[in-house]
Structure formats: structure tokens, C-alpha cells
Design a protein around this ligand. Sequence first.
Ligand code: NAD
Length: 499
Amino acid sequence: MTDLPTISHYINGAAAAGTSTRTAPVFNPATGTVAKNVLLASARDLDDAVAVARAAYPAWRDMSQARRQTIMYNFRELLNARKGDLAEILTAEHGKVTSDALGEIIRGLEVVEFALGMPHLSKGEYSENVSTGVDVYSVRQSLGVVGIISPFNFPAMVPLWYFPIAIAAGNTVVLKPSEKDPSASNWLAELFTEAGLPAGVFNVVHGDKEAVDALLVNPDVQAISFVGSTPIARYIYETAAKNGKRVQSLGGAKNHMLVLPDADLELTADAAVNAGFGSAGERCMAISVIVAVEPVADELIAKIAERVKSLTVGDGTRGCDMGPLITKVHRDKVAGYIDIAKADGADIVIDGRGVKVDGDPNGFWLGPTLFDKVSVDSAVYLDEIFGPVLSIVRVASYQEGLDLINASQYGNGTAIFTNDGGAARRFQNEVQVGMVGINVPIPVPVAYHSFGGWKNSLFGDAKAYGPAGVNFFTREKAVTSRWLDPSHGGINLGFPQNQ
Ligand code: NAD
């Protein structure tokens, strides 16, 4: 065990050991073995990284947009050329199958491409002669050092939602990735250095609560972008806001797919399986509840079950449909919901325990699991399970389905499947959820729109990436300007009025 590699921090353009010798194991979820260890920073290590980012800020902020964009462009080219290498890292530490790993990188790459437009996106506005000889204009300026805290389930894409925009806008960054799959962040930071990014602009500090708490209170950190589970998202929002920072804090989810009786059931069943079991259900936009408006349920469930039985589970490098879960603890917790479902009276249509696996028997496996007639009082319905578990709830009408979705504490994503344009339009208008799909099961907005949920799926008012991301990582300054001429003289204590 002692000769396992240790993943260090990446500070000031190079690997850094810091002062703390605490570590956490990093598993290969497909074999169940510890493959590496990762350093867990002390508060002092975190503060040292912030000091580096602070020192790097003035030169990066003052670098011309043209030169900054050249570096961004180089980074985009390198990431695109080497995305296969990054996908291998994601599969080895997260477990997701290689095609899915590539998919998340490509969605992250889209944000880099969006950030290439920063000179245009950050342009201000100009009003000439608002009063005689007076002009008003606004500029958007960077904030300084910003902190990003990311979850395990998208080790590349979630950091890529934030740091390209933050850095293109002139900020410097300290990223604290998930300790469960930390290598992707170092890889991205090294690649950015190779693209020409000056040392200290993008720093990665690994750690747990100690590092996060230090980031939240450090007075030199201007803003925090967080993605993770709802209880931690709420804590991050409250603590960072109390410490005077801008915060965008994205939390958990329980996403419903409402299926109306007129839907195309073949396409709906395909969509339900893809969105329910892709990435083993470890996606914040996974569909975890199908709300079937009767009389559609029996036929739909039969079609879903037929497809689920054909899914292959195994090592992500072997072309299977689904990989393992992130840790044994998480796998056991998710599998525990099968007993809860049984106790709460649901029908277990497919039990994913004991699934046939193409891979090491010690991996953290759980096969796709399907429940019917789930009670809306059951923890199976109420909790974010975050695994390959799809629940079906039967309702009598569109209204009953809508009311159920709107009663959820979460409001991240939802979808309606129907051929009725009027019903879809009504749903889009009435549903209390931040991202809505109409015959699209995972409605993750493209990079030039913004991503984020409502209710307990997002704390703060700023969504991720797109125009909201540019606003979040910049602040507006309005300038009122007059070039003096003798006619402007004289004393007047009244509030300035435009003439
Ligand atoms: P998590 O909340 O356990 O961890 C997220 C981050 O917070 C990690 O970097 C972790 O080290 C840190 N952290 C954990 N406990 C902490 C504590 N007590 N104090 C301070 N920091 C702490 O989440 P996870 O298990 O890594 O990720 C899965 C969760 O993320 C799910 O709930 C999922 O829905 C959510 N998620 C949401 C979105 C979204 O866009 N809304 C996207 C991806 C994931």
C-alpha cells in the first residue's frame, strides 16, 4: 500500500505538497481497490494557495484581452486534442464508461468555446451626451480570486462550467475538487499551464471540509461557486454569504419525467432508460421518477423493463452500458433502497443486486433497478438516491402529476413526454423547475444559455455558465464622465440633474 502514488496539489504552476500529510484513498470503483491516495490540505495550505492566486491576479487582470484569448484558444485546442487521455482518467477514478466520460468532457469543452467570446461578452455599454457634455458608460471588471468546489460525479465537466469563464474574465482561481476523483483537476490545470497560462492563475487544492471551510472564510476570496448535495450547498451558501462573498451554490435533485397518455411510448421508454441509468444514475439531471398518467403505466413499464434487461454492466473500458458506483459505501446505501421500497409496498420490477457483471467481482456494482407503484410518502420517492434506480409513480391526470412535481423540495430538471403541444406549453409555464425538457429527458442547456435549478437545487440567484456565469465572475462599474470646460463652473448643492 505504501508505494501507491499520492496526488498532490497544483499551485503556482507546479505540483505542491503543502504542509498537511493527511490523505484519503482514491479507489478504482471497477476493481474495488485503492489505486492512489490524495493529499488533504490543511487550512494553511489553502490560505497559501489563495495567497499565490492573489499575487498572480494583477498581472492576469491587466493582460490584454487579445493575449488572454490566445491562451484560452490554446487551451481549447489542447483539450480537444487530448480529451481521450482525460476520459481514461475519469473512467479509472469515477467508473463511468468511456463514451460517457468523453460526453462530459465535450460538454465542458463547449464552455471553453463560449469563454473564447469573453471580449464580446464582457463589453459594457455607452450612452453619449446624457447631460450636456456628459457621457455614461459601464464596464465589467473581474472580481479577484474566486473559489470553486466541485462534486465527484462530473470531475471534469463541473470544474469546466466555471474556471474557463472565471479565468477568461481576468480572475484567478482556487479549485477544490472532490477528493473521490481528484486527478482530472490536476490534469486540466497542467494542460492550461502548457497552453501558456501564467503560474498562479489556476490552482488546485485537494481536501475535505477543512480546506472548504478555509476557502469560505478567507477574506481574499471574492466569490464561491459550489456544486454538490443540498445540505452542503445550503451550508456553503450561508457561510460564504456571511463572509461577504458572492455565492452560487448548486445542490441536489430528484428529477421527474411526466408521461402523458398520448406520448410515443417507444421513444419515451428509450429516453427513460437513457436518462435513468446513464452514468449509473449518478447525474444531477438523471431522471429518477417517471410520473405516468394513466392508463399509460402498464404498457410503458413493460417497454422500460424490456430495455433495462438488455443493459450491460461492467468495467467502463469494456464497452458496457453502465459502470460501477463511486464507492462501496455509496453502492450499499443505494442498494438499501431496494429493501425500503419493498417495505413501503412498491413492486420491485427489476432488482439490480446480483447483476451479472463484465468486470472484477469486487467492483462497486449495482445493476439497474426498477420500482413500480412507489408511494410518494416513501423515502424511495422523497430522497435523492443518486444511483441506477428508477421509480414509477402512477397518477390519474396531468394536474395530479404537475402538483406532485411542484411539491418536491427540488427543482433542478424535469421533462414532459407528449405529442400535445398545448399540454407541453402549459407544463413549461406551470412547472416549478429550473430546467425543462419537452420530449428531451436531460435538458442540460447549451453553454451559451445558463444551467441551474430552483428551490433546494440552487442557493443564490446566479446560475452556472452562459450569460449568468459571465455576470457572476464580473462586476459592473458605471462611469459618468465630463471633460471640463469653463461653462461647467458654479456652485449647486442640488442633486445632479441631467440637462
Ligand atoms: P457532496 O456534497 O458530498 O460534495 C461536494 C463537495 O463538497 C466536494 O468537493 C466535497 O469535498 C465537499 N464537501 C463534502 N462534505 C462537506 C462538508 N461537510 N463541508 C464542506 N465541504 C464538504 O456531493 P458529491 O457526493 O460529491 O456529489 C453528488 C451531489 O452533487 C448530488 O447531490 C448531486 O445532485 C449534486 N450535483 C448537483 C449538480 C447541480 O447542477 N445541481 C451537479 C452535479 C452534482
